[in-house]
Design a protein around this ligand. Structure first.
Ligand code: PMP
Length: 464
């Protein structure tokens, strides 16, 4: 095949790839289900908004790799920047007294793009680690201030913050079913999902109830014991939940009132997905004390994450009371930092966030138009971050039996028709590259409509 890079003796046929793959432990997968023939898809090449599987099928990448390939695949500008950086300086760390130009320049660039006084940047390698680090850094911050009881974290049901020991504890509880987690530190507030949880309240009443619940929990736990609130501006892997208007601002006000730090997990929402480099201020009118980012920071070309903090937090942790004992070998890796710089430069040159405000809205509206289908309960999200929730009965919002795996049925049909979408139980998630054309957006809309209708037609035989 012409797709294997020169110099690497990679398996080429589907059979050879899957034979080798028997040794790979996939992430977030039904490892037993993966043993079935045909369960796995090997992706061998990608260009623009398309990927190619090992059987030669070209598919629209409706999930942008994993909510991350924001500028599309195969962009020369980023690849060249990585290659150039590696040939000048392949690796040096940012430990001890060392630094290097790429990490320094990217930190400076992020400080100019981030809201408020989020001028200090600690790099890591994944969103999970950036979130874990945020809490760890805040614990250290409070230690230095002599406020040693401030350890607890407020998260929400429905959150996804990663899969390290602490970040999975901050994630929605069912995701850690069957696994141990960092018990005791994290408390989960209510999921801010009006359509499912709003009962007979108005949206404004529902918002009041969420804030009241948060206030009650804070009073119960004691503000002197709480380090921070952490939240995604729009919940992603928890099912693309957009909170009621004004929610984040009210949460931040409550945090400020009780002297609790407000951490925004922008791993998905930053770098253009909602039409801005950062969504916290531009979309949600908040000024977090910390923002964590990953994914879109390099558009996935290199693994990179960052924990941004205010000058005030940095001032405390850089005081004279000892060493900052935190950090990973590859934090700010030269190749990753170069990828981040080239990716941001490309986004600026092509005005990608601004374009998303138009094409992302078109995408959103195209998906919303699927709401007329019988089994589509709610289409939700914003711009290029969308979810479709399927229901057995629209009026009662009753779900299909879990074992039917309705999301997977629709995702399979869509893949047969040339689109990768991500099933999540009874929800289907779309988070494509931000450079989709109008024609591709229309095509995604029609593939999804056809796929859902076909699954619906088959449902009587599937015991609907
Ligand atoms: N936070 C959010 C909002 C995420 O969506 C994810 C990953 N999907 C993470 C954190 C964890 O990032 P990573 O997988 O890079 O560790």
């Amino acid at each position: 095949s012409d797709t294997a890079p020169t110099g690497l003796d990679l398996p080429r046929t589907t059979e050879a790839i899957l034979a080798a793959d028997g040794h790979l432990v996939q992430s977030w997968a039904d490892l037993n289900g993966l043993k079935k023939p045909g369960a796995r898809t090997a992706i061998v090449a990608a260009k623009g908004t398309m990927v190619r599987d090992s059987d030669g099928n070209d598919l629209i990448d409706g999930i942008g790799g994993l909510w991350c390939v924001n500028v599309g695949h195969g962009r020369r500008e980023i690849i060249d920047a990585i290659a150039q950086q590696l040939s000048t300086l392949d690796f040096y760390s940012t430990f001890y007294t060392f630094t290097h130009p790429a990490a320094a320049a990217l930190a400076q660039k992020l400080a100019t793009l981030a809201p408020g006084s989020l001028n200090r940047v600690h790099f890591s390698n994944s969103g999970s680690v950036a979130n874990d680090g945020a809490v760890r850094i805040l614990h250290h911050y409070y230690e230095r201030l002599g406020r040693r009881t401030k350890k607890l974290v407020l998260s929400r049901h429905g959150a996804y913050h990663g899969s390290t020991y602490l970040s999975i504890a901050m994630t929605t509880p069912p995701y850690s079913k069957g696994w141990s987690k960092a018990e005791g530190i994290v408390h989960h507030l209510k999921k801010p999902h009006y359509w499912r949880e709003g009962a007979d309240m108005t949206e404004a009443e529902f918002l009041d109830a969420l804030i009241e619940d948060m206030r009650t929990q804070i009073e119960h736990l004691g503000a002197e014991n709480i380090a921070c609130f952490i939240g995604e501006p729009i919940m992603g892997a928890g099912g693309v939940i957009v909170p009621p208007a004004g929610y984040h601002k009210r949460v931040q006000e409550l945090c400020a009132h009780y002297d609790i730090k407000f951490v925004a997990d922008e791993v998905v929402t930053a770098f253009g997905r909602l039409g801005h480099f950062f969504a916290s201020e531009a979309v949600f009118d908040t000024q977090p004390d910390m923002i964590t980012v990953a994914k879109g920071i390099t558009s996935g070309y290199q693994p990179l994450a960052a924990t941004l903090m205010t000058d005030e937090i940095h001032e405390v942790i850089s005081g004279p009371d000892g060493v900052f004992t935190h950090g990973m070998t590859y934090a700010g890796h030269p190749a990753a930092a170069a990828a981040g710089l080239a990716n941001i430069a490309l986004m600026e040159a092509e005005h990608i966030p601004e374009r998303v405000r138009v094409t992302g809205k078109l995408f959103e509206n195209t998906l919303r138009s699927l709401g007329d289908i019988d089994i589509v309960g709610e289409v939700r999200g914003s711009h290029f971050m969308m979810g479709i929730e399927f229901v057995r009965d629209k009026a009662s919002k009753a779900l299909f039996p879990e074992a039917l795996n309705i999301g997977m049925l629709v995702a399979r049909k869509a893949q047969e028709k040339g689109l990768i979408a991500r099933p999540l139980g009874h929800i289907l998630i779309l988070s494509p590259p931000l450079v989709l054309t109008e024609v591709e957006i229309a095509r995604i809309g029609s593939i999804l409509r056809d796929s859902i209708l076909e699954v619906m037609r088959d449902l009587p035989s599937l015991n609907r």
